[in-house]
Design a binder for this molecule. Structure first.
Ligand SMILES: Nc1ncnc2c1ncn2[C@@H]1O[C@H](COP(=O)(O)OP(=O)(O)OP(=O)(O)O)[C@@H](O)[C@H]1O
Length: 363
């Protein structure tokens, strides 16, 4: 049987009267890269700090490669860490910084030097071994911090917003580099970020957190296509979420009344015997037209154009659904190329029935 790289079972963290992490369950496979993603204050860093041992758990258990670590000091957990602040020792040169953890573990000098050299080579910084960290750029310092985390050959790598102080280009370069190394080494990794693009780009799976709990943990494409809760639907990417009344619930379809129109969706309700359902669709699954005539089969409604966001390769329309005023987002790349889209004007939005995803109601 495969032992998971990291297991959190009903882990809670309570600070005084406030619950920062609330009975969190997470199983991370050996060699997997998982991101903890969520809004500020949802408990991402606290979760990581409990895994690292810098915060005690209030309740629950944490196992690294099957080994309980709740009562182990951080230095005995076999973890490597990298933070937003590089936290390099300014009075030591790069090689000494990278080798520090090995020295503390009593690794002999010859072996230490060989391992430091290997770790610096991994991050393409061999030529900088004798330099002072102060003489390095932010990106170079972060590479050294990564070498320092990896040199101890940890069981898991914990990364807390390690790129957030870097400019876009460097950030992308390091995202790529970290992912390459992580895959080459096959090291189980937990990555904290509030940047969803970064999380979707880098991870095998993303755990979306809200108020101390994991709302959904899934592969990036799954999260995007099939958000499991209204929070995830709103948080990941752009989308339109609206309620519908259930008229009929079949084994392979359901009939809904949504935005003043009946629509038959070719899938069952996510939870049986609901009276209402959450209808959800992505901007690229809907189309916008100027004429109100000739609705196709599917969902169709009128909305007022509020804004057009030009992204270069694509354009996104933000609309207010008439009459409720709920937000709708529709890709308008094609339409905007041959028609002037004037804000304040009314458009018809069409969504084919098979592009409608039904998000479970909040339990
Ligand atoms: N040492 C502490 N004492 C009291 N409350 C704390 C402490 N550390 C964190 N908290 C609270 O716990 C909650 C979760 O904080 P945490 O830093 O884990 O969130 P986060 O998701 O990492 O947020 P951010 O993205 O802003 O870093 C917050 O409400 C925070 O105020």
């Amino acid at each position: 049987m495969n032992v998971p790289g990291l297991q959190l079972a009903r882990v809670s963290k309570i600070f005084g009267s406030s619950v920062a992490v609330d009975r969190l369950d997470l199983d991370i496979a050996e060699g997997e890269f998982i991101s903890l993603l969520g809004p500020s204050g949802c408990g991402k860093t606290t979760t990581l700090m409990m895994v690292a041992g810098f915060e005690d758990v209030s309740e629950g258990s944490i196992r690294i490669r099957g080994r309980h670590v709740e009562n182990l000091a951080p230095e005995h957990r076999r973890i490597g860490m990298m933070f937003q602040a590089y936290a390099l020792f300014p009075h030591m040169n790069v090689a000494a910084n990278v080798g520090y953890g090995l020295k503390m573990r009593g690794v002999a000098k010859v072996e230490r030097e060989a391992r430091v050299k290997r770790a610096l080579a991994m991050v393409h910084m061999e030529a900088f071994a004798d330099r002072s960290p102060r003489s390095l750029s932010g990106g170079q310092q972060q590479r050294i911090a990564l070498a320092r985390a990896l040199v101890v050959e940890p069981d898991i790598l914990l990364l807390d917003e390690p790129f957030s102080a870097l400019d876009r280009e460097l950030r992308e370069e390091l995202q790529h580099e970290v992912r390459r190394l992580q895959q080459e080494l096959g090291i189980t990794t937990v990555f904290v970020t509030h940047d969803q693009e970064e999380a979707l780009l880098m991870s095998d799976r993303v755990a979306v957190m809200c108020a101390g709990r994991v709302e959904q943990c899934a592969a990036p494409a799954e999260l995007y296509a099939r958000p499991a809760t209204p929070f995830v639907a709103r948080f990941i990417g752009r989308g339109t979420l609206t309620e519908a009344a259930v008229l009929e619930a079949g084994a392979n379809h359901c009939r809904l009344s949504c935005l003043g129109r009946e629509v038959q969706v070719p899938r069952p309700l996510p939870v049986a015997a609901q009276k209402t359902a959450n209808v959800f669709f992505r901007p690229e699954d809907a189309t916008l037209r100027t004429s109100p005539e000739g609705a196709g089969a599917g969902l169709s409604f009128e909305a007022r154009l509020e804004a057009v966001y030009f992204h270069g390769a694509s354009s996104l329309a933000e609309l207010a659904i008439i009459p409720s005023g709920e937000r709708a987002f529709v890709d308008c790349t094609a339409l905007s190329r041959h028609a002037a889209l004037t804000t304040g004007e009314t458009f018809t939005v069409d969504v084919p029935a098979d592009r409608i995803h039904l998000v479970p109601l909040k339990p």
